[in-house]
Design a protein around this ligand. Structure first.
Ligand SMILES: Cc1cc2nc3c(=O)[nH]c(=O)nc-3n(C[C@H](O)[C@H](O)[C@H](O)COP(=O)(O)OP(=O)(O)OC[C@H]3O[C@@H](n4cnc5c(N)ncnc54)[C@H](O)[C@@H]3O)c2cc1C
Length: 412
């Protein structure tokens, strides 16, 4: 048994704590804001989809065609805050470099390997912790409102199929029959068999947290400010003082960059900011997560109502919300589902994203006593369980079942 610290209490951190506990370790989770807290990580407010089909990274060749239009259109779900451009420039340059056909296909292939095993990271946890109550086993539906948009998605659909993702294409009438409350504006839909969704991501996390604490995990509600790997352990500085551990897992999502730098790795981690709105008591309108491709968002029927979540804003880690993007989300959602009325609870979250679309998972350059698991971009809920299992393997010094070479921090 070793003393292990996990930095971050989102899907990745809490899953790591779960798998480390199963290995018999004494685990302490450091969480600066509070597990499942709206001001915390991306894990609180995501669209709740277990998106095991989402192997297409944002860096893909269509950005060369679409980026200028996206950045200049007021209806675009992708925004860049121009004042942030100087800080973003190195990330953006690498992002574009990673968007050639060969590089994006390589990233998509690596992601598909992770996603094909993603369910194994949760299967045992769901049973042991009693998390099935939050899982809705109905597949996600992705929609296209024009023939052109669907035609433009063929290359990515073909790549998904080649990488083993099951897709089932529907015409407009079939979409309408499946989800009758939708506006009849959709030309095509794609169903992803085997995907599912959560009725309440924060409740899932809090139940996992409570179970973990009952089984011995300690939770420290404090921020880790410094990390010092040494030959015989790792010391953490926190707002509450100093603490030493045998090993540390860094799972702080979009906030991991400075701590990784202290462990010898300068990673170009940035945030793809995303938003959500809630439409209370509307969940009966749709039976599954429904995404609208051109508008870049999902509508998910959660326990308290439909959550409309998505968009991408490149503007760093400030907490200033983009009112225009929230209005676009609301407008687009009501266009797709006319019965929606007034949204509440506008929320901003930070997807942790590396420019090649792959997470960072593996040992730190400075010491094998520090293990990384961050940078899961749009699919951190989906990959949380699997990432936690990998963290436990690396902490134990076991050879993971998963080949994780492509995710090394040293690739930058
Ligand atoms: C709008 C939106 C929709 C999304 N939809 C989906 C979806 O449908 N499916 C999916 O799979 N993914 C989705 N995602 C992505 C997913 O939410 C993230 O990839 C995932 O939450 C990342 O989890 P994480 O544990 O790595 O990081 P986070 O959830 O960000 O957690 C990191 C935690 O670390 C804490 N922390 C940070 N710094 C420190 C520190 N120094 N000391 C202590 N604690 C610290 C933070 O408070 C935070 O709680 C979505 C994201 C957004 C924004």
């Amino acid at each position: 048994m070793a003393r292990i610290a996990v930095i971050g209490g989102g899907f990745v951190g809490l899953s790591s704590a779960y798998w480390l506990l199963r290995d018999g370790h004494q685990v302490t989770v450091f969480e600066s804001t509070g597990v499942g807290h709206p001001q915390g990580g991306a894990s609180f407010g995501n669209a709740g989809t277990f998106a095991n089909y989402a192997c297409i990274p944002v860096n893909n060749p269509s950005v060369f065609r679409d980026l200028p239009r996206y950045l200049l259109s007021s209806e675009s779900p992708l925004r860049l805050r121009w004042s942030y451009l100087p800080q973003l420039a190195p990330w953006l340059a690498r992002f574009l470099w990673s968007s050639t056909t060969a590089r994006y296909t390589a990233s998509a292939t690596e992601l598909s390997h992770l996603l094909a095993r993603a369910h194994t990271g949760y299967a045992d946890m769901v049973v042991q912790v009693g998390l099935e109550q939050f899982i809705q086993r109905r597949e996600c539906l992705y929609l296209y409102s024009t023939k052109n948009a669907f035609a433009g998605s063929q290359a990515t659909l073909d790549l998904r199929r080649r990488l083993g993702v099951q897709v089932s294409v529907l015409d407009g009438a079939q979409v309408q029959a499946l989800e009758p409350s939708l506006s009849p504006i959709f030309e095509r839909g794609v169903l992803f068999p085997g995907s599912w969704f959560l009725s309440d991501p924060a409740a899932f996390l809090n139940t996992l947290k409570d179970w973990s604490m009952t089984h011995g995990v300690q939770l420290q509600n404090t921020k880790v400010t410094k990390i010092f790997p040494r030959a015989d352990g790792v010391t953490l500085h926190t707002a509450a003082g100093e603490a030493s551990f045998d090993k540390v897992a860094l799972c702080a999502g979009a906030f991991s960059r400075d701590l990784a730098a202290q462990c010898g790795d300068r990673v170009p981690l940035d945030a793809e900011r995303g938003y959500h709105l809630m439409f209370p008591d509307t969940h009966a309108l749709i039976s599954r997560p429904v995404g609208w491709a051109e508008r870049g968002f999902y509508m998910t029927p959660m326990a308290r109502g439909i959550r409309v979540a998505g968009t991408v804003e490149l503007a760093g880690l400030q907490r200033n919300q983009h009112q225009g993007l929230l209005e676009l989300l609301s407008f687009s959602a009501r266009r797709a589902l006319p019965a929606l009325t007034v949204p509440t609870e506008p929320w901003l979250g930070f997807r942790p994203t590396l420019p090649d679309g792959l997470p960072v998972m593996g040992y730190a350059s400075a010491s094998k006593r520090v293990v990384y698991a961050f940078g899961h971009q749009h699919i951190g809920l989906t990959l949380g369980g699997l990432s936690g299992a990998l963290v436990a393997d690396l902490v134990a010094g076991r050879t993971p079942a998963l080949d994780h070479k492509a995710f090394a921090a040293s690739r930058f």
